[in-house]
Ligand binder design. Sequence first.
Ligand code: FES
Ligand code: FE
Length: 429
Amino acid sequence: MTATRVPTGTDLTDPTDLTDLAALVARREPGRPLEGAFYTSPAVFEADVAGVLSRTWLFVATEAELREPGDFLTVEVGSYSVMLVRDDDEVVRAFHNVCRHRGARILAERAGSVGNLVCGYHRWTYATDGALLHAGDQPPGFDKGCFGLRSVHLRLVAGLVFVCLADEPPTDFDELVATVTPYLLPHQLHRTKVAAQVDLVEEANWKLVMENNRECYHCEGGHPELVRTFFPTYGYAADAIPARLRPAHERYLRAEAELEQACEERGMPYRAVEELDDRVSAYRVQREALDGAGESYTLDGRSASRRLLGDLDSPRLGRLSLHTQPNAWFHFLADHAVTFSVLPLAAGRTLVRTTWLVHEDAEEGVDYDVADLTHVWRETNEQDSVFCERAQLGVSSPGYLPGPYSASEYQVDAFTTWYLDRVEEHLAR
Ligand code: FES
Ligand code: FE
Protein backbone atom coordinates (compact mmCIF):
# COMPACT_ATOMS: atom_id res chain seq x y z
CA MET A 1 0.00 0.00 0.00
CA THR A 2 1.36 3.41 -0.91
CA ALA A 3 1.69 5.91 1.90
CA THR A 4 -1.02 8.51 2.10
CA ARG A 5 0.11 11.66 0.41
CA VAL A 6 -0.56 14.98 2.04
CA PRO A 7 -2.45 17.21 -0.38
CA THR A 8 -0.76 20.34 -1.51
CA GLY A 9 -1.99 23.35 -3.33
CA THR A 10 -0.69 21.90 -6.57
CA ASP A 11 -3.25 19.07 -6.38
CA LEU A 12 -5.98 21.55 -6.95
CA THR A 13 -4.41 23.63 -9.66
CA ASP A 14 -6.36 23.81 -12.87
CA PRO A 15 -3.70 22.70 -15.35
CA THR A 16 -3.68 25.40 -17.94
CA ASP A 17 -1.03 23.94 -20.14
CA LEU A 18 0.28 20.54 -21.10
CA THR A 19 3.21 20.76 -18.68
CA ASP A 20 0.77 20.92 -15.79
CA LEU A 21 -1.16 17.99 -17.20
CA ALA A 22 2.06 15.98 -17.54
CA ALA A 23 2.80 16.64 -13.87
CA LEU A 24 -0.70 15.55 -12.93
CA VAL A 25 -0.29 12.31 -14.88
CA ALA A 26 3.13 11.67 -13.37
CA ARG A 27 1.76 12.08 -9.84
CA ARG A 28 -0.91 9.40 -10.26
CA GLU A 29 -0.46 6.56 -7.79
CA PRO A 30 -1.12 3.12 -9.32
CA GLY A 31 -4.16 1.40 -7.84
CA ARG A 32 -5.77 4.65 -6.83
CA PRO A 33 -8.32 6.96 -8.42
CA LEU A 34 -7.29 10.12 -10.21
CA GLU A 35 -6.83 13.45 -8.53
CA GLY A 36 -9.72 15.88 -8.54
CA ALA A 37 -8.41 18.14 -11.32
CA PHE A 38 -8.86 15.29 -13.80
CA TYR A 39 -12.59 15.54 -13.20
CA THR A 40 -13.07 19.24 -12.62
CA SER A 41 -10.62 21.14 -14.77
CA PRO A 42 -11.89 22.66 -18.04
CA ALA A 43 -8.30 22.46 -19.33
CA VAL A 44 -8.14 18.71 -18.67
CA PHE A 45 -11.51 18.33 -20.34
CA GLU A 46 -10.14 20.10 -23.43
CA ALA A 47 -7.18 17.72 -23.40
CA ASP A 48 -9.58 14.78 -22.99
CA VAL A 49 -11.45 15.85 -26.11
CA ALA A 50 -8.33 16.64 -28.12
CA GLY A 51 -6.23 13.71 -26.98
CA VAL A 52 -8.60 10.91 -26.03
CA LEU A 53 -12.19 11.33 -27.22
CA SER A 54 -11.38 12.62 -30.70
CA ARG A 55 -8.69 10.01 -31.30
CA THR A 56 -10.59 6.84 -30.44
CA TRP A 57 -13.70 5.11 -31.73
CA LEU A 58 -16.82 6.37 -29.95
CA PHE A 59 -20.09 4.47 -29.83
CA VAL A 60 -22.75 7.03 -30.79
CA ALA A 61 -25.90 5.30 -32.06
CA THR A 62 -27.55 2.16 -33.32
CA GLU A 63 -28.38 1.53 -36.94
CA ALA A 64 -32.00 1.07 -35.85
CA GLU A 65 -32.15 4.83 -35.25
CA LEU A 66 -31.37 5.44 -38.94
CA ARG A 67 -33.64 3.03 -40.71
CA GLU A 68 -34.74 5.05 -43.77
CA PRO A 69 -32.87 7.19 -46.33
CA GLY A 70 -32.78 10.75 -45.01
CA ASP A 71 -32.94 9.73 -41.34
CA PHE A 72 -30.41 11.68 -39.31
CA LEU A 73 -29.07 12.04 -35.80
CA THR A 74 -26.82 14.66 -34.28
CA VAL A 75 -24.32 13.88 -31.56
CA GLU A 76 -22.31 16.31 -29.45
CA VAL A 77 -18.92 15.55 -27.90
CA GLY A 78 -17.39 18.58 -26.21
CA SER A 79 -17.58 21.32 -28.84
CA TYR A 80 -17.83 18.82 -31.71
CA SER A 81 -21.18 18.20 -33.33
CA VAL A 82 -21.53 15.29 -35.74
CA MET A 83 -24.39 14.47 -38.10
CA LEU A 84 -25.17 10.83 -38.87
CA VAL A 85 -27.25 10.43 -42.01
CA ARG A 86 -28.52 7.50 -44.03
CA ASP A 87 -28.11 8.55 -47.64
CA ASP A 88 -30.25 7.70 -50.65
CA ASP A 89 -28.10 4.64 -51.34
CA GLU A 90 -28.81 3.43 -47.77
CA VAL A 91 -25.23 4.10 -46.68
CA VAL A 92 -24.88 5.58 -43.19
CA ARG A 93 -22.42 8.46 -43.19
CA ALA A 94 -21.06 10.92 -40.64
CA PHE A 95 -20.16 14.56 -41.19
CA HIS A 96 -19.14 17.48 -39.06
CA ASN A 97 -22.30 19.47 -38.37
CA VAL A 98 -20.58 22.60 -39.63
CA CYS A 99 -21.42 24.49 -42.78
CA ARG A 100 -18.63 24.89 -45.34
CA HIS A 101 -19.65 28.52 -45.92
CA ARG A 102 -19.23 30.41 -42.64
CA GLY A 103 -19.42 27.53 -40.27
CA ALA A 104 -22.96 27.65 -38.94
CA ARG A 105 -24.33 24.53 -37.30
CA ILE A 106 -26.49 22.90 -39.94
CA LEU A 107 -28.82 20.60 -38.02
CA ALA A 108 -30.13 21.82 -34.68
CA GLU A 109 -32.48 18.91 -33.99
CA ARG A 110 -31.33 15.74 -32.26
CA ALA A 111 -32.99 13.45 -34.79
CA GLY A 112 -35.32 13.55 -37.76
CA SER A 113 -35.56 13.01 -41.47
CA VAL A 114 -34.44 15.25 -44.33
CA GLY A 115 -34.38 15.32 -48.13
CA ASN A 116 -31.23 17.44 -48.23
CA LEU A 117 -29.14 19.06 -45.53
CA VAL A 118 -29.84 22.79 -45.65
CA CYS A 119 -27.90 25.34 -43.65
CA GLY A 120 -30.41 27.79 -42.24
CA TYR A 121 -28.05 30.77 -42.45
CA HIS A 122 -27.53 31.40 -46.20
CA ARG A 123 -29.22 28.25 -47.50
CA TRP A 124 -26.22 26.32 -48.71
CA THR A 125 -27.69 22.92 -49.48
CA TYR A 126 -25.94 19.55 -49.24
CA ALA A 127 -27.00 16.10 -50.41
CA THR A 128 -27.18 13.33 -47.80
CA ASP A 129 -23.88 12.04 -49.19
CA GLY A 130 -22.27 15.35 -48.21
CA ALA A 131 -21.95 16.89 -51.68
CA LEU A 132 -22.71 20.60 -51.96
CA LEU A 133 -25.70 20.94 -54.28
CA HIS A 134 -26.49 24.61 -54.07
CA ALA A 135 -24.81 27.81 -52.94
CA GLY A 136 -26.58 30.97 -54.05
CA ASP A 137 -24.98 33.97 -55.72
CA GLN A 138 -21.50 32.56 -56.14
CA PRO A 139 -19.23 33.98 -58.85
CA PRO A 140 -18.54 32.11 -62.08
CA GLY A 141 -15.87 29.50 -61.50
CA PHE A 142 -17.09 28.64 -58.00
CA ASP A 143 -16.42 24.91 -57.69
CA LYS A 144 -19.10 23.22 -55.61
CA GLY A 145 -16.96 20.08 -55.66
CA CYS A 146 -14.51 21.77 -53.28
CA PHE A 147 -17.07 22.51 -50.57
CA GLY A 148 -18.72 19.26 -49.63
CA LEU A 149 -19.28 18.49 -45.97
CA ARG A 150 -16.29 17.27 -43.99
CA SER A 151 -16.57 13.56 -43.36
CA VAL A 152 -16.12 11.86 -40.03
CA HIS A 153 -14.93 8.25 -39.98
CA LEU A 154 -17.77 5.83 -39.30
CA ARG A 155 -17.91 2.07 -38.75
CA LEU A 156 -20.95 -0.15 -38.43
CA VAL A 157 -20.39 -3.11 -36.14
CA ALA A 158 -23.26 -5.57 -36.39
CA GLY A 159 -25.77 -2.70 -36.13
CA LEU A 160 -23.80 -0.46 -33.74
CA VAL A 161 -22.55 2.89 -35.05
CA PHE A 162 -19.08 4.08 -34.06
CA VAL A 163 -17.39 7.27 -35.20
CA CYS A 164 -13.84 8.55 -34.92
CA LEU A 165 -13.06 12.25 -35.21
CA ALA A 166 -9.36 11.74 -35.94
CA ASP A 167 -7.93 12.05 -39.45
CA GLU A 168 -6.34 8.66 -38.92
CA PRO A 169 -8.41 6.46 -36.62
CA PRO A 170 -6.78 3.72 -34.58
CA THR A 171 -6.37 0.68 -36.79
CA ASP A 172 -6.66 -1.85 -33.97
CA PHE A 173 -10.42 -1.33 -34.08
CA ASP A 174 -10.44 -4.03 -36.78
CA GLU A 175 -9.39 -6.60 -34.17
CA LEU A 176 -12.17 -5.50 -31.84
CA VAL A 177 -14.68 -5.83 -34.67
CA ALA A 178 -13.40 -9.27 -35.66
CA THR A 179 -13.63 -10.52 -32.08
CA VAL A 180 -16.98 -9.11 -30.99
CA THR A 181 -18.97 -9.56 -34.21
CA PRO A 182 -19.57 -13.32 -33.76
CA TYR A 183 -20.91 -12.60 -30.25
CA LEU A 184 -23.31 -9.95 -31.59
CA LEU A 185 -24.57 -11.58 -34.77
CA PRO A 186 -27.18 -13.91 -33.21
CA HIS A 187 -29.05 -10.83 -31.92
CA GLN A 188 -29.42 -9.47 -35.49
CA LEU A 189 -29.52 -5.82 -34.54
CA HIS A 190 -30.23 -4.83 -38.14
CA ARG A 191 -33.69 -6.32 -37.61
CA THR A 192 -34.49 -4.27 -34.51
CA LYS A 193 -36.31 -1.03 -33.81
CA VAL A 194 -36.02 1.52 -31.03
CA ALA A 195 -38.59 0.82 -28.32
CA ALA A 196 -37.38 3.60 -26.05
CA GLN A 197 -34.54 6.04 -25.63
CA VAL A 198 -33.69 8.11 -22.57
CA ASP A 199 -31.17 10.94 -22.37
CA LEU A 200 -29.90 11.59 -18.90
CA VAL A 201 -27.63 14.59 -18.30
CA GLU A 202 -25.44 13.92 -15.30
CA GLU A 203 -23.62 16.70 -13.48
CA ALA A 204 -20.44 14.68 -13.43
CA ASN A 205 -17.28 14.27 -15.45
CA TRP A 206 -17.45 11.59 -18.15
CA LYS A 207 -14.68 9.54 -16.52
CA LEU A 208 -16.65 9.27 -13.28
CA VAL A 209 -19.59 7.98 -15.33
CA MET A 210 -17.40 5.39 -17.01
CA GLU A 211 -15.63 4.37 -13.81
CA ASN A 212 -18.97 3.91 -12.10
CA ASN A 213 -20.02 1.55 -14.86
CA ARG A 214 -16.87 -0.51 -14.63
CA GLU A 215 -17.59 -1.94 -11.20
CA CYS A 216 -20.46 -3.50 -9.34
CA TYR A 217 -18.99 -2.86 -5.89
CA HIS A 218 -21.90 -0.45 -5.44
CA CYS A 219 -24.60 -2.74 -6.89
CA GLU A 220 -25.61 -4.68 -3.80
CA GLY A 221 -26.76 -1.65 -1.86
CA GLY A 222 -27.22 0.70 -4.79
CA HIS A 223 -29.24 -1.15 -7.40
CA PRO A 224 -32.08 -3.16 -5.83
CA GLU A 225 -33.82 -3.68 -9.19
CA LEU A 226 -30.69 -4.63 -11.12
CA VAL A 227 -29.43 -7.21 -8.64
CA ARG A 228 -32.64 -9.17 -9.00
CA THR A 229 -30.98 -10.51 -12.18
CA PHE A 230 -27.42 -9.17 -12.30
CA PHE A 231 -25.23 -11.23 -10.01
CA PRO A 232 -23.60 -8.87 -7.48
CA THR A 233 -20.51 -11.11 -7.54
CA TYR A 234 -19.48 -9.40 -10.79
CA GLY A 235 -15.83 -8.36 -10.69
CA TYR A 236 -14.88 -10.67 -7.80
CA ALA A 237 -12.31 -13.41 -8.36
CA ALA A 238 -13.83 -16.84 -7.67
CA ASP A 239 -11.58 -17.32 -4.64
CA ALA A 240 -12.40 -13.89 -3.21
CA ILE A 241 -16.18 -14.02 -2.96
CA PRO A 242 -17.27 -12.47 0.36
CA ALA A 243 -19.18 -14.89 2.64
CA ARG A 244 -22.43 -12.96 2.32
CA LEU A 245 -22.32 -13.40 -1.49
CA ARG A 246 -21.65 -17.16 -1.39
CA PRO A 247 -25.33 -18.11 -1.99
CA ALA A 248 -25.45 -15.79 -5.00
CA HIS A 249 -22.18 -17.27 -6.24
CA GLU A 250 -23.58 -20.80 -5.98
CA ARG A 251 -26.61 -19.74 -8.04
CA TYR A 252 -24.26 -18.07 -10.51
CA LEU A 253 -22.22 -21.24 -10.98
CA ARG A 254 -25.35 -23.33 -11.64
CA ALA A 255 -26.77 -20.75 -14.06
CA GLU A 256 -23.41 -20.45 -15.81
CA ALA A 257 -23.20 -24.21 -16.36
CA GLU A 258 -26.65 -24.15 -17.97
CA LEU A 259 -25.81 -21.12 -20.08
CA GLU A 260 -22.55 -22.60 -21.32
CA GLN A 261 -24.40 -25.71 -22.42
CA ALA A 262 -27.04 -23.63 -24.22
CA CYS A 263 -24.32 -21.65 -26.00
CA GLU A 264 -22.37 -24.78 -26.96
CA GLU A 265 -25.51 -26.35 -28.43
CA ARG A 266 -26.13 -23.24 -30.55
CA GLY A 267 -22.54 -22.53 -31.48
CA MET A 268 -22.71 -19.14 -29.76
CA PRO A 269 -19.47 -17.72 -28.34
CA TYR A 270 -19.67 -16.83 -24.66
CA ARG A 271 -16.21 -16.84 -23.11
CA ALA A 272 -14.74 -13.59 -21.80
CA VAL A 273 -12.30 -11.71 -23.98
CA GLU A 274 -10.82 -8.87 -21.99
CA GLU A 275 -8.54 -6.30 -23.60
CA LEU A 276 -9.30 -3.30 -21.45
CA ASP A 277 -6.05 -1.43 -21.09
CA ASP A 278 -3.34 -2.69 -23.41
CA ARG A 279 -4.62 -1.37 -26.72
CA VAL A 280 -6.25 1.80 -28.06
CA SER A 281 -9.50 0.15 -29.18
CA ALA A 282 -9.95 -1.60 -25.88
CA TYR A 283 -12.93 -3.73 -24.95
CA ARG A 284 -14.40 -6.59 -22.97
CA VAL A 285 -17.00 -9.04 -24.22
CA GLN A 286 -18.66 -11.99 -22.47
CA ARG A 287 -21.98 -13.76 -22.35
CA GLU A 288 -22.93 -14.49 -18.75
CA ALA A 289 -25.90 -15.92 -16.93
CA LEU A 290 -28.60 -13.85 -15.27
CA ASP A 291 -30.19 -14.59 -11.90
CA GLY A 292 -33.90 -15.31 -11.40
CA ALA A 293 -35.59 -16.73 -14.48
CA GLY A 294 -32.37 -15.96 -16.34
CA GLU A 295 -33.96 -14.43 -19.40
CA SER A 296 -33.87 -10.67 -19.21
CA TYR A 297 -33.47 -7.49 -17.16
CA THR A 298 -36.84 -7.54 -15.44
CA LEU A 299 -37.70 -7.84 -11.77
CA ASP A 300 -38.29 -11.60 -12.03
CA GLY A 301 -35.85 -12.25 -14.85
CA ARG A 302 -38.52 -13.18 -17.38
CA SER A 303 -38.53 -11.76 -20.90
CA ALA A 304 -39.83 -8.24 -21.39
CA SER A 305 -40.64 -8.84 -25.07
CA ARG A 306 -42.36 -11.96 -26.36
CA ARG A 307 -40.72 -11.58 -29.77
CA LEU A 308 -37.13 -12.75 -29.43
CA LEU A 309 -34.36 -11.05 -31.38
CA GLY A 310 -33.16 -12.51 -34.66
CA ASP A 311 -33.88 -16.20 -34.94
CA LEU A 312 -33.10 -17.02 -31.33
CA ASP A 313 -35.00 -20.07 -30.18
CA SER A 314 -34.66 -19.67 -26.42
CA PRO A 315 -35.28 -16.73 -24.10
CA ARG A 316 -32.76 -18.09 -21.61
CA LEU A 317 -29.47 -16.95 -23.09
CA GLY A 318 -28.28 -14.64 -20.33
CA ARG A 319 -26.73 -11.28 -21.10
CA LEU A 320 -24.11 -10.68 -23.73
CA SER A 321 -22.23 -7.74 -22.25
CA LEU A 322 -19.80 -5.55 -24.16
CA HIS A 323 -17.67 -2.75 -22.82
CA THR A 324 -15.80 -0.45 -25.19
CA GLN A 325 -13.34 2.25 -24.17
CA PRO A 326 -13.78 5.12 -23.89
CA ASN A 327 -17.52 5.64 -23.82
CA ALA A 328 -19.89 2.70 -23.97
CA TRP A 329 -21.39 -0.45 -22.55
CA PHE A 330 -24.06 -2.76 -23.90
CA HIS A 331 -26.26 -5.66 -22.85
CA PHE A 332 -27.78 -7.97 -25.44
CA LEU A 333 -30.52 -10.26 -24.17
CA ALA A 334 -32.53 -12.82 -26.09
CA ASP A 335 -35.59 -10.52 -26.11
CA HIS A 336 -34.05 -7.06 -26.33
CA ALA A 337 -30.84 -5.09 -26.36
CA VAL A 338 -29.92 -2.03 -24.35
CA THR A 339 -27.07 0.28 -25.34
CA PHE A 340 -25.42 3.07 -23.36
CA SER A 341 -23.48 5.90 -24.97
CA VAL A 342 -21.58 8.34 -22.77
CA LEU A 343 -21.27 11.70 -24.50
CA PRO A 344 -19.09 14.21 -22.62
CA LEU A 345 -20.47 17.75 -22.81
CA ALA A 346 -18.22 19.70 -20.41
CA ALA A 347 -15.84 19.00 -17.54
CA GLY A 348 -18.68 18.46 -15.10
CA ARG A 349 -21.50 17.47 -17.42
CA THR A 350 -22.14 14.26 -19.33
CA LEU A 351 -25.00 12.95 -21.42
CA VAL A 352 -25.81 9.26 -20.97
CA ARG A 353 -28.01 8.03 -23.80
CA THR A 354 -29.74 4.70 -23.22
CA THR A 355 -31.51 2.93 -26.07
CA TRP A 356 -33.72 -0.14 -25.83
CA LEU A 357 -34.06 -2.21 -29.01
CA VAL A 358 -36.66 -4.89 -29.69
CA HIS A 359 -37.36 -7.07 -32.73
CA GLU A 360 -38.63 -4.91 -35.59
CA ASP A 361 -41.85 -6.95 -35.69
CA ALA A 362 -42.54 -6.76 -31.95
CA GLU A 363 -45.70 -4.80 -31.25
CA GLU A 364 -45.88 -2.37 -28.38
CA GLY A 365 -48.77 -3.25 -26.06
CA VAL A 366 -48.93 -6.76 -27.52
CA ASP A 367 -45.42 -8.20 -27.33
CA TYR A 368 -43.91 -5.71 -24.90
CA ASP A 369 -44.79 -2.92 -22.55
CA VAL A 370 -42.32 -0.02 -22.61
CA ALA A 371 -42.57 0.63 -18.87
CA ASP A 372 -41.73 -3.02 -18.08
CA LEU A 373 -39.01 -3.18 -20.71
CA THR A 374 -37.22 -0.11 -19.41
CA HIS A 375 -37.95 -0.31 -15.68
CA VAL A 376 -34.75 -1.89 -14.40
CA TRP A 377 -32.28 0.23 -16.34
CA ARG A 378 -34.26 3.46 -15.90
CA GLU A 379 -34.04 2.96 -12.16
CA THR A 380 -30.43 1.82 -12.34
CA ASN A 381 -29.41 4.82 -14.45
CA GLU A 382 -31.09 7.22 -12.05
CA GLN A 383 -29.30 5.57 -9.14
CA ASP A 384 -25.98 5.70 -10.96
CA SER A 385 -26.57 9.34 -11.82
CA VAL A 386 -26.89 10.13 -8.10
CA PHE A 387 -23.68 8.20 -7.37
CA CYS A 388 -21.77 10.01 -10.10
CA GLU A 389 -23.03 13.43 -9.08
CA ARG A 390 -22.08 12.74 -5.47
CA ALA A 391 -18.66 11.64 -6.62
CA GLN A 392 -18.28 14.82 -8.69
CA LEU A 393 -19.09 16.93 -5.64
CA GLY A 394 -16.62 14.97 -3.53
CA VAL A 395 -13.68 15.07 -5.93
CA SER A 396 -14.28 18.80 -6.37
CA SER A 397 -13.57 19.38 -2.70
CA PRO A 398 -10.13 20.40 -1.40
CA GLY A 399 -10.71 17.63 1.15
CA TYR A 400 -10.54 14.85 -1.49
CA LEU A 401 -7.69 12.34 -1.28
CA PRO A 402 -7.89 9.27 -3.57
CA GLY A 403 -8.33 6.02 -1.64
CA PRO A 404 -7.51 2.49 -2.83
CA TYR A 405 -9.55 0.49 -5.33
CA SER A 406 -11.00 -2.76 -4.05
CA ALA A 407 -10.14 -5.99 -5.90
CA SER A 408 -13.54 -6.04 -7.59
CA GLU A 409 -12.83 -2.60 -9.05
CA TYR A 410 -10.05 -3.88 -11.29
CA GLN A 411 -11.90 -2.71 -14.39
CA VAL A 412 -12.00 0.83 -13.00
CA ASP A 413 -8.25 0.64 -12.65
CA ALA A 414 -8.04 -0.68 -16.21
CA PHE A 415 -10.13 2.24 -17.48
CA THR A 416 -7.97 4.75 -15.63
CA THR A 417 -4.77 3.14 -16.87
CA TRP A 418 -6.13 3.13 -20.43
CA TYR A 419 -7.12 6.78 -20.14
CA LEU A 420 -3.73 7.87 -18.80
CA ASP A 421 -1.97 5.98 -21.59
CA ARG A 422 -4.00 7.96 -24.10
CA VAL A 423 -3.19 11.24 -22.32
CA GLU A 424 0.51 10.38 -22.33
CA GLU A 425 0.35 9.61 -26.05
CA HIS A 426 -1.31 12.98 -26.56
CA LEU A 427 1.38 14.78 -24.56
CA ALA A 428 4.09 13.04 -26.58
CA ARG A 429 2.71 14.18 -29.94
FE1 FES B 1 -24.14 28.04 -43.85
FE2 FES B 1 -23.72 30.48 -44.67
S1 FES B 1 -22.99 29.57 -42.88
S2 FES B 1 -24.89 28.96 -45.62
FE1 FE C 1 -24.31 1.21 -11.14
